[in-house]
Design a protein around this ligand. Structure first.
Ligand SMILES: [Zn+2]
Ligand SMILES: [Zn+2]
Length: 588
């Protein structure tokens, strides 16, 4: 076992042990409560209880935590006891949940074990720390939620208490701080407050409406990507949003991916059309539009392509998981000899984008197939091995850390995901990349090589900026709504101190508008303090405060979003400074 694995295992034991402690405290405080299960999860643990008629809320947490601290003093270890089925059932008379588990474990011929600490004992498979009284210290209960027994909505709704624990006070504090920040930075909350996007029940779940302010961000990013990708040798194409079913049988999305697609529309002649779940097959048809020569390769076709996927309603989450999205997509058709270099360039393009946006924390996740699962994965073994080898070769040529994950490949090949971390520490899978040796053959794609023979191109799939939806969701959380000026929907707010300065304020606004700056004039009859407060809430980059002195000297006094004041400057100087900041995409 390497160090990070043993750390991981220790964290899991620590978290699960703390779930025991939580249950012990609950039973002391509400003796009639029925216990069920209490596993470790990512970043913490939970325990599901049936409290009967008692309603538990976060207000009870202090009391429970105090009881946990009190009880743990007498917990010197986890003492293991093997019991018979009858013995186990006797310990849980009246608790149908534990009885159900005991019967199931017995049927599976699993050993039944109890673990006891202090006066508290619970049915458990094991996986604990050694010195609870010393190690179970830095914990915190976080939230309470309803959860169906065994996740089945036909079962009774239980009360789930979530908590977290760390081995040091500092780690716990850091985690709680990040949680607080994540709440403030929540893209759904900020998206509403800043009027960036909306989701309307009348239109449908998971279908995003970009409001005018959010649309500025979307278009800035799209224009940036278009210019950048043209410089990097891509050609732009546009493809339709619906397609006949036959194309998806060729690609294998039907039937393999059917559950994730919207149901088809059937025409009078019986022909079925699907909303496209991905752009790949369409780009392949553009490649196939005419015979290709090796001289044209690598051929890089790029599109901001609209896709629809029928995600389960329980999975939908703000901009992060949606049913309709616009993807920064491209497919690169090249020879096998070009594949590694092209893939290196794709990763460099990612690095360029992320660096420009001040995203420093990211890594790669190599998703491999589970060789045992023949049903889920297509193609021959050699193809899988070669695709993996080429991608690994490319990764060696860039300086980005990589982890591996078996069993999460696409059905037609291994893939590499870029995982980026926001300023709150949350991880987002943004972009999926592949060297695909499978689809070219499947679609009958060819090129005539130097030697005059027809060969099949390798296809590289990539989407560095993911979809607008997910990527902007990430940016909202990462910047907490304080976007760099080039992305800020309202870059400058002009604030005349009184009506007397309105005329001058209008002429300043006009000049900024002429320079291409997104500006708004606050001409309300409000006090300056109120105007500043509102502009601050809107998170505009700069406020220009204009009073008698500014009118007289034809200048502007600048207040940045951070609260810092600059100036007075001449209007020309301010325009030249902000235009430079926008052009250089400065991160402030
Ligand atoms: Zn346990
Ligand atoms: Zn693709």
């Amino acid at each position: 076992m390497n160090k990070s694995e043993s750390n991981q295992e220790y964290s899991e034991h620590l978290r699960h042990s703390c779930a025991h402690l939580l249950a012990a405290a609950v039973i002391e405080l509400w003796p009639g409560t029925l216990r069920t299960i209490g596993p470790a999860i990512e970043n913490g643990f939970y325990y599901d209880f049936d409290f009967g008629d008692v309603k538990i809320s976060e207000e009870d947490f202090k009391k429970i935590e105090e009881k946990m601290h009190e009880l743990v003093k007498s917990w010197n270890g986890f003492e293991k006891n093997e019991v018979t089925e009858k013995g186990a059932k006797d310990a849980y008379i009246g608790n149908q949940y534990k009885i159900e588990l005991i019967e199931e474990f017995s049927k599976e011929k699993q050993k039944l074990t109890f673990y006891k600490s202090g006066a508290y004992s619970d049915l458990c498979r094991g996986g604990h720390i050694e010195n609870p009284s010393k190690e179970l210290k830095h914990f915190k209960l976080l939230s309470v939620a309803g959860a169906y027994w065994r996740g089945n909505e036909k079962n009774k709704m239980l009360t789930r208490i979530y908590g977290t624990i760390f081995s040091t006070k500092g780690d716990l504090y850091k985690y709680l701080k990040n949680l607080e920040l994540a709440k403030l930075h929540d893209h759904r909350k900020l998206g509403k407050e800043l009027e960036l996007f909306a989701i309307s029940d009348e239109i449908g779940q998971g279908l995003v409406l970009w409001l005018p302010k959010g649309n500025f961000i979307k278009e800035e990013i799209e224009n940036w990507a278009k210019t950048t990708e043209t410089e990097w040798g891509y050609q732009r194409v546009t493809t339709p949003n619906i397609t006949k079913s036959g194309l998806y049988f060729t690609s294998g999305h039907l039937p393999y991916y059917k559950a994730d697609m919207y149901p088809p529309m059937t025409l009078d002649d019986g022909e079925e059309y699907y909303l496209k779940p991905m752009n790949c097959p369409h780009h392949h048809m553009i490649y196939k539009n005419r015979p290709r020569s090796y001289k044209e390769l690598p051929l890089r076709l790029a599109e901001y392509g609209t896709c629809y996927r029928y995600e389960a309603s329980g999975e939908l989450f703000g901009l992060m998981r949606v049913r309709g999205f616009v993807q920064n997509d491209s497919h690169i058709y090249c020879t096998q000899g070009q594949a590694v270099e092209e893939f290196v360039q794709v990763m460099k393009l990612h690095e360029f984008y992320y660096k420009s946006l001040g995203i420093k924390d990211y890594y790669l996740e190599l998703a491999l197939r589970d060789p045992e699962n023949k049903k889920k994965y297509h193609g021959n073994k050699e193809m899988w091995v070669l695709a993996e080898k080429l991608m690994r070769e490319a990764v060696k040529r860039v300086d980005i850390p990589m982890v591996e994950k078996a069993g999460s490949a696409a059905f037609y090949g291994p893939k590499i995901d870029f995982i980026i971390k926001s300023s709150t520490g949350r991880e987002f899978g943004i972009s999926t990349n592949q060297i695909d040796l499978f689809m070219g053959d499947r679609f009958g794609l060819k090129y005539v090589d130097k030697d005059g023979f027809e060969k099949t191109p390798v296809i590289i799939h990539r989407a560095p900026l993911g979809s607008h939806e997910r990527f902007i969701g990430f940016l909202i959380e990462h910047f907490g709504g304080n976007f760099p000026t080039w992305l800020t929907p309202v870059q400058v707010k002009v604030l005349p101190i009184t009506d007397k300065h309105l005329h001058y304020a209008k002429s300043v606004s006009e000049k900024l508008k002429e320079a291409g700056i997104r500006v708004e004039l606050d001409d309300r009859n409000e006090r300056l303090q109120a105007k500043i407060r509102d502009a601050q809430k809107e998170k505009v980059s700069y406020m220009l405060i204009l009073g008698a002195k500014e009118v007289e000297t034809k200048t502007v006094t600048v207040r940045a979003r951070s609260g810092e004041a600059y100036g007075p400057y001449s209007i020309e100087t301010f325009i030249s400074n902000i235009c430079q900041e926008i052009a250089q995409k400065t991160i402030n």
